[in-house]
Design a protein around this ligand. Structure first.
Ligand SMILES: [Ca+2]
Ligand SMILES: [Ca+2]
Ligand SMILES: [Ca+2]
Length: 450
């Protein structure tokens, strides 16, 4: 399935590139704006790749040769899905390891797949494994993985990274690693559980929260990257469930009206949230299913219910439906549709939707998939069954265009059927479709109802 699509895509790129002389960075399904200029469609993926290791330095060692089986499977999944922008979770923070992963894995074709090269990368320190010096879990010791700002055996375990074919506007990256949980108004920190010393130093983010602007043509798309803590591994106080919900809520405040973002300070001390009307894509493992599992009820709905978030299409797969049927158990009593599951978890909670790509309402979703092939598909060897060849999570991707932009005429017919229309027709259509309707103001800026 993916192989076939990729062949069509490559042929389309050749055709479009020849006839229309688009820049080489454009992808095959590129669209055109109202003046006929090429507006790229951008394939954005999030993948909890499980490239974490028990000790600092282990990952670098594993990636220093091209023969690590798990890293090869992770790389092949990326090569089969070919995202333009890839957000990774659970990759131990080590810029050298990230470089080795690119050189020794992504940039080498795996099992007949074409290599993939990301010219731009971003990574930064995270809170996992950074000691607080306090006994946060009450076991009498201050040096456990649970006593760190985020659960981890060493600083940087379970880190994050962004790889991109489009330029990353590093100057305008904002990180929120050190933001304090107590500074969030109306936060859900459990009352009476933490010592006053702990309350004063606890950070909101279990890893980090990043705003990474990516330049796509003439516009900027802000990747809003995070990996909230799993809501489990705690007690009746539900400290992790509460933190998970507040970590997710951060993006609602950050993308919301200025008054809701007033409390936010980035790691350089600059206040406030995202500029009104800016395009964004929330991407990451949010560790929370909309209806199943152990997270706080409504945790993801803090984002899914926002008019400024486009949820018109949810990434899905046939493989997840098949897995739920074959595995049975808790999966059979889940309320969520199994086609939206993104993680193959043992019970509890069973398979859930944990990984999200959520664009702002000014972006159209052209396609949305979870890479979870059915067992009859030869590529199911990459997702497999426990112990997994790559990860217990699945790569999730969506393809976005700026809302109201028509598809390049003469491009692949497949795209035309998916909602891309000839330019003239798209102009006549006037106001964009769907929820979170955006309009162009007198200044030309986009305004989205919040
Ligand atoms: Ca402890
Ligand atoms: Ca809990
Ligand atoms: Ca499920």
């Amino acid at each position: 399935m993916i192989r076939g699509n990729r062949l069509v895509a490559v042929l389309a790129l050749v055709l479009v590139g020849t006839v229309l002389a688009v820049p080489v960075t454009s992808s095959p399904a590129d669209a055109r704006d109202e003046r006929g200029r090429v507006e790229p469609t951008v394939r954005v993926a999030t993948f909890n790749a499980s490239l974490n290791r028990p000790a600092a330095g282990d990952l670098r060692r594993d990636l220093s040769t091209p023969s690590n089986a798990q890293a090869r499977a992770v790389a092949e999944i990326v090569q089969r899905t070919r995202p333009d922008v890839l957000v990774l979770q659970e990759v131990d923070h080590d810029p050298e390891a990230l470089r080795l992963f690119q050189r020794n894995y992504l940039e080498r074709g795996q099992q007949g797949a074409d290599p993939v090269r990301y010219r731009y990368t971003f990574t930064a320190p995270v809170n996992t494994g950074v000691p607080t010096g306090l006994d946060l879990n009450g076991d009498g010791r201050t040096d456990g993985p649970d006593d760190a700002y985020g659960f981890g055996a060493f600083p940087g375990q379970y880190g994050m990274a962004v790889l991109s074919r489009y330029p990353i506007d590093e100057k305008h990256v904002r990180t929120f690693q050190k933001l304090l949980w107590k500074d969030m108004p109306g936060n859900r920190m459990p009352q009476g559980y933490y010592s006053p010393e702990a309350v004063d130093v606890l950070r909101l983010s279990s890893k980090s929260h990043w705003d990474v602007p990516v330049r796509v043509g003439r516009r900027s798309v802000h990747l809003l990257v995070s990996h909230p803590t799993p809501p489990v591994f705690d007690g009746p106080e539900d400290r992790n469930g509460r933190r998970n919900a507040d970590e997710i809520r951060f993006w609602a405040d950050y993308t919301g009206p200025a008054r809701e973002a007033r409390w936010i300070r980035d790691d350089r001390g600059r206040p406030g949230g995202l500029q009104r009307g800016a395009s964004f894509v929330i991407a990451g493992d949010l560790n929370s299913d909309p209806v199943d599992g152990d997270s706080l009820p409504g945790a993801t709905h803090q984002l899914l219910d926002l008019r400024r978030v486009n949820t018109s299409l949810t990434p899905s797969s046939d493989g997840a439906v098949e897995a739920a049927r074959l595995q049975g158990g808790a999966n059979l009593s889940h309320r969520g549709d199994p086609q939206f599951d993104t993680a193959d978890f043992s019970e509890p909670p069973g398979n859930i939707r944990a990984d999200y790509v959520l664009p702002s309402a000014d972006l159209d979703i052209r396609d949305a998939r979870v890479f979870w092939p059915v067992q009859a598909d030869p590529l199911s060897r990459l997702t497999g069954t426990y112990p997994f060849p790559a990860s217990d999570h699945r790569l999730v991707w969506e393809r976005h265009t700026q809302r109201g932009v028509g598809a390049v005429s003469g491009g692949a017919g497949r795209r035309g059927r998916r909602g891309g229309r000839p330019r003239a027709r798209s102009r006549r259509r006037g106001r964009p479709r769907g929820r979170g309707c955006c309009a162009r103001g007198a200044s030309g800026a986009r305004h989205c109802r919040r």
